[in-house]
Every structure is written in C-alpha cells, then in structure tokens.
Ligand binder design. Structure first.
Ligand code: 6PG
Length: 249
C-alpha cells in the first residue's frame, strides 16, 4: 500500500485488468475497516467497468453492503434522469440493485444553483463525518476513486480555476466546465478528497496517453495535485503509457 506523498504507479495490461485491479482495491479497503465504510465514486466513462464488476455475481458477495456508504466526488449539474448525471450512472450499473437506499449519497442537482447544491452536499458530508473540521487522524473516506480528463482535471477541478485553490470549503460549485460536457458542475475540493485512506486513479486507453505523459512529467495540474493524506495509486494500462516507457514496466 502506498504511503502519503508521491503516487504509486501500477501498470496493468488493459482496461479489463484495470477494472479487476480496481475492484481488488475496493475489496481490500472494505476488508481493512470492520466499521462503517465510506467510498467516494467518480464520474466519466473510466469507472464503468469497475462498477459492472462490483455489481456482478462474482464480486457483489465480497462487499458488506449494509456497512458501506457511497458518495460521489463530482457531479454534472443536470437532473438525475439525465444520462450525464454521474451518480445516476453508478446507481443504474450497480448501486440500486445492491446498496441500501439510505447509503447512496448523490449530490443534489435540484438545488437552485451549483453553489447551493455544494453547500447542501458539504452539510451532508459533515453530518456523516460528525464534524465540519477534517481531522487528519480520522479520514472522511476509506477510498476515493478518481479519473483524469484530457486537460489534467480531476473531479470537476479544472486547471486554472479558483475551485482548485480552495482550502476551506469541502464542496464548491463550478459554473462552467473546461471540457465537454459543458454543463455546470459541483465538485469536492482537494482538501476534502485528500481526506481518505486511499485515492485510486483509473487511467486507461490510448486517448489518455497525452495527458498521462504530462502528469508523469509532474506538471502541476489538478490530477497531480490531488493526493490522499494516506496513499495515492495511479492504476494505468499499457495503452495509456507514454511511448518511451510502454512495455518497460
Ligand atoms: C466527470 C468526472 C471527471 C472524469 C474525467 C475522466 O464528471 O467528468 O468525474 O473528473 O473522471 O473527466 O473522464 P473519463 O473517464 O470519461 O475519461
């Protein structure tokens, strides 16, 4: 298990192997905590295979559903009925069939504005955590799943946006996205996301090669700045690796 600081890079063969490895990390985090477990999911297309696995016959029995609470790191500010809604995708693929309804914690998108939605979700997270101050000795999440966008964003923290610099609030409204889909977003901030035992990035496919190259070069993009106070793992597949190191690890 990685420790605080530099992310640990784990290279697997392809997207299937990556989902398998990610599912193993989810189970490992669940097994490590005999009490109440909090997992922060992510949006986009990268985690879909993982969500399918977690809901499959082979894996669902490994998860103590009555002890796990499911949150989401960012949301597109669209109704739950919209296919762009991140939590709706996770619900449809695996949560609704397995998790108790009270354990699914979507970011509300019926609020008046992304800012208001952010405030409501921050209060929900704080009520769950039992404080509005994060204690480094007591992480908010057991596991935070992440993805990296083509501009180096993660969650809905886009490069150069003020949301990336937020040090106090746990959740913020993001009025305008930097990449498609161009809908307003609501995002957890770097300090809230960092409050976890493990942060797990899933980065797969040739389309990710240009951004992974930049991330590995240490450009100070949000996806590089997102670090767990515990361990940070970057799960990547061969197709996403920069040419120079492909097959070499
Ligand atoms: C979102 C995400 C976002 C995502 C990356 C990667 O709402 O879009 O949470 O941060 O993880 O953009 O997206 P893909 O997995 O679709 O490449």
């Amino acid at each position: 298990m990685a420790t605080a600081g530099q992310p640990k890079l784990i290279v697997v063969a392809d997207a299937e192997a990556l989902a398998q490895a990610a599912a193993e990390r989810v189970v490992a985090r669940v097994v490590a905590n005999p009490g109440r477990i909090a997992i922060c999911l992510t949006g986009g297309s990268s985690p879909k295979k993982l969500y399918q696995l977690l809901g499959s016959e082979a894996w669902r029995g490994k998860i103590p559903w009555d002890r796990v609470h499911w949150f989401i790191g960012d949301e597109r500010f669209v109704p739950e009925s919209d296919p762009l809604n991140n939590m709706a995708v996770a619900r449809e693929i695996f949560l609704d069939r397995n998790a108790p309804p009270g354990h699914i914690h979507p970011i509300p998108t019926t609020a008046e504005s992304p800012d208001q939605s952010a405030e409501i979700y921050a209060r929900e997270l704080q009520a769950f955590y039992g404080s509005d101050q994060l204690d480094p000795a007591r992480p908010l999440f057991d596991l935070v799943l992440m993805g990296a966008g083509p501009d180096g964003h993660t969650a809905s923290l886009f490069p150069g946006y003020p949301a990336v610099e937020e040090t106090t609030r746990w959740v913020v409204g993001v009025p305008k996205a930097n990449v498609a889909p161009f809908v307003p977003r609501v995002s957890l901030t770097l300090p809230a996301l960092a409050s976890c035992r493990e942060m797990l990035f899933e980065i797969a496919g040739h389309d990710k090669q240009p951004i992974l190259t930049r991330l590995l070069n240490g450009e100070t993009l949000p996806a590089v700045r997102a670090r767990s106070n515990g361990g940070t793992l970057w799960l990547v597949d061969q197709a996403a690796l920069p040419e120079g190191i492909r097959g070499g690890r």
